[in-house]
Ligand binder design. Structure first.
Ligand code: BF8
Ligand code: SF4
Length: 655
């Protein structure tokens, strides 16, 4: 067990060790900066500080006549709604701009001017083409890829009012109708974001409900972008299949050159994987035993899923990787890279390399990554790390010994393959039948970040333990998956320790037939944050198989340590899809009872999904379980009734 003193706000034992070191060496991390920021402004925290025009900031005090409105007359409900949907616009922009880059690269492959990229997964390309209506018969893979890419790009900026293709081809018929009736199906990703910024400009929309619906349209644009990113990345680099690797700081290797890829967009990190393999000889010539590539955050998740690259940190522990003294290079692309990493790089020999023209940190080396010169750029990056290795100071080397096995790579297809071993005719029924039989109680999806307002990784692990004990099947993405990886929940160790009897039986049944070299994990790693699309595909398949609306499915989601604008927007499309979604950090909504009530109660009436805000992880788990139990109970009654009267559950619902 850890020798660390208590008091560090993390349950990650390796992170605790590093924070001890930081304390002794007087190094500052986000853990310290969080304390220094206290107390945080309550106007901002509750969403009633408006800075949308420069008459402001206007801070609302509802009980104080004269100050109960902004200078322009905006009420608290308008201000809270505008602020939160602007966060959603930020999240949708980040995800979809990432998706656009992938689509542009696939287009370049189709047109023959991205020599270092290729169509790796032809089966996925054909499946996507078929789904979105691109003809495949008698055509080359490149021709199909080009048309798929062009159609995806049309989802960003087309002018007609048809819903985005990657939205409408990925949801149930019932949700299509719902989104049409509520007017929130986006016709173009870019437009929905631009329109939302317009809608929330000073003096445009003052109606909080209308503003929220504008936000939900951007949220569905975000979902569209996530589906595009996942589909087309799979085409370029392969759809993940089950893979065995390691996680946490113990996966660093002091005998090797350690390079961390950090960020989100795998166009770069995947090339660094190839270049690292190619330049192994140069690393040995430099006196190292080879190159050890590791991942941080979601670009780490991407290369973990496809290449088995170990994950060493999630958002909350990213700075701590540098303090091991063995990280020769941190290569970043976009999103969730704390600028604070540079200060720590200055105290060690780690070279920080930026690669995107929209994501730079002063003082770091910038090697612009271009699709036309991708492999050369990646080689340059790896060679820089090899050079940097010579500068390592052995006196500063300290790698915590914590390392856990990870069995990951569970794309929707990989999950389906696993189920198909038990029921090839209808794989998804393996999961839904287990729910109908009461063996498992439903599915809980864990997504999202770390947030200094919570204890690092604690809420994520606590909720999972609680739900696993009650036989809930668990899937995960993003930094929640990072927390699970580091703590052993992505291996059979987790099953042995925490699975209830039904869940254990279910997993063991899958395991006996899996054909994998490792036992199955407790939590199923479905990928990066954009791969929440895979989670949506899972619930869509389950609902279709049961012939019920998603809003009736025993499926819940939780972002126990949500932090980013991306987390806000994901949560919003999750509830619009009909799924109850817990968030473990209070978002800036409390300044308006009306807006708070819309997200937690009214949303349920309209969409069937709604937010549950609860900062206590044990209470949150209890609430999530209650939702699952309730939905599963109703489902069983309907299924029994349907069987008795030889109808279908859906008909029973309609009745
Ligand atoms: O996209 S889970 S902290 S790294 S935002 Fe960021 Fe949150 Fe991590 Fe991945 Ni997602
Ligand atoms: Fe104040 Fe209105 Fe300007 Fe907001 S938009 S800063 S409430 S004057």
């Amino acid at each position: 067990m850890s020798t660390a003193p208590t008091g560090h706000r993390t349950v990650d034992l390796a992170a605790r060790e590093m924070l001890d070191l930081a304390e002794a060496a007087k190094l500052t991390t986000s853990f310290d900066r969080y304390k220094a920021q206290q107390p945080q402004c309550k106007f901002g925290q509750t969403g009633i500080c408006c800075r949308i025009c420069i008459q402001g900031p206007c801070r609302i005090i509802p009980t104080k006549p004269g100050q109960d409105k902004g200078i322009c007359g905006a009420s608290a409900f308008t201000i809270v709604a505008r602020n939160i949907v602007r966060m959603m616009a930020g999240g949708a922009s980040a995800h979809s701009d990432h998706a656009r880059e992938i689509a542009l690269t696939l287009l370049a492959v189709g047109e023959g001017h991205a020599p270092d990229f290729k169509i790796t997964d032809i089966k996925k390309l054909m499946a996507v083409a078929k789904r979105v209506g691109v003809p495949t018969e008698g055509r080359t893979n490149e021709e199909v890829a080009k048309d798929v890419a062009l159609l995806a790009l049309a989802d960003f900026g087309k002018y007609n009012n048809e819903p985005c293709t990657w939205l409408s081809t990925n949801i149930t018929e019932e949700r299509k109708v719902k989104f049409r009736h509520t007017g929130i199906a986006p016709s173009a990703i870019d437009r929905s974001v631009v329109q939302l910024l317009h809608q929330t400009h000073v003096g445009t929309d003052a109606d909080p409900v209308n503003i929220i619906f504008g936000g939900l349209k951007a949220a569905l644009a975000d979902l569209t972008g996530e589906h595009i990113a996942t589909d087309l990345t799979d085409v370029l680099f392969g759809t993940p299949t089950a893979v065995i690797t390691d996680a946490n700081l113990g996966a660093l290797d002091k005998e090797k050159i350690n390079i961390a890829v950090h960020g989100h967009n795998p166009l770069l990190s995947q090339m660094v994987v190839y270049a690292a393999r190619e330049l192994e000889g140069e690393a040995k010539a430099a006196g190292a035993q080879g190159i050890n590539l590791v991942g941080i955050c979601c670009t780490g998740n991407e290369v973990l899923m496809r290449e088995g690259v170990p994950s060493v940190a999630n958002f909350g522990s990213q700075e701590l990787v540098i303090m091991t003294g063995v990280l020769d290079s941190m290569v970043m692309d976009v999103q969730c890279i704390a600028p604070g990493v540079k200060d720590l790089c200055n105290c060690f020999h780690t070279q920080l390399v930026t690669t995107s023209n929209i994501s730079k940190i002063p003082g770091s080396v910038h090697i612009e990554f271009n699709e036309a010169t991708a492999m050369d750029d990646a080689r340059k990056i790896v060679r820089l790390a090899i050079k940097q290795y010579a500068k390592r100071n052995p006196a500063l080397v300290k790698i915590p010994l914590y390392k856990k096995q990870v069995v990951g790579g569970f794309s929707f297809e990989a999950m389906t393959d696993l189920f198909a071993k038990l029921c090839p005719e209808n794989p998804i029924s393996v999961l839904t039948d287990a729910i109908l039989a009461g063996e498992i109680k439903g599915v809980a999806a864990f997504a999202g970040c770390n947030n200094q307002k919570t204890i690092h990784d604690d809420a994520t692990l606590t909720i999972a333990r609680e739900l696993a004990a009650k036989d809930v099947f668990l899937v995960s993405t993003g930094c929640a998956a990072g927390a699970f990886a580091k703590a052993g929940f992505l291996s059979s160790e987790g099953v042995e320790q925490f699975a209830g009897p039904g869940l254990k039986k279910f997993i063991k049944r899958l395991e006996e037939n899996s054909g994998l070299k490792a036992n199955l994990p407790l939590v199923y790693h479905m990928g990066s944050c954009v791969d929440n699309s895979r989670v949506a595909t899972l619930w869509t398949a389950m609902a279709n198989n049961l012939k019920i609306p998603v809003a009736q499915l025993p499926f819940v989601a939780t972002a126990p340590e949500a932090m980013s604008e991306k987390a806000v927007v994901i949560g919003s499309w999750v509830i619009s899809s009909g799924i109850p979604c817990h968030v473990g950090v209070l978002p800036p909504l409390e300044g308006s009872d009306l807006v708070y009530g819309v997200t937690t109660r009214i949303a349920k009436d309209v969409f069937g999904g709604y937010f549950i805000f609860e900062t206590d992880p044990v209470k949150a788990a209890a609430q999530l379980y209650e939702r699952l139990e309730n939905r599963a109970w109703k489902l069983r009654i309907y299924a029994d009734t349907a069987a008795k009267y030889q109808s279908t559950p859906a008909m029973a619902f309609e009745g």
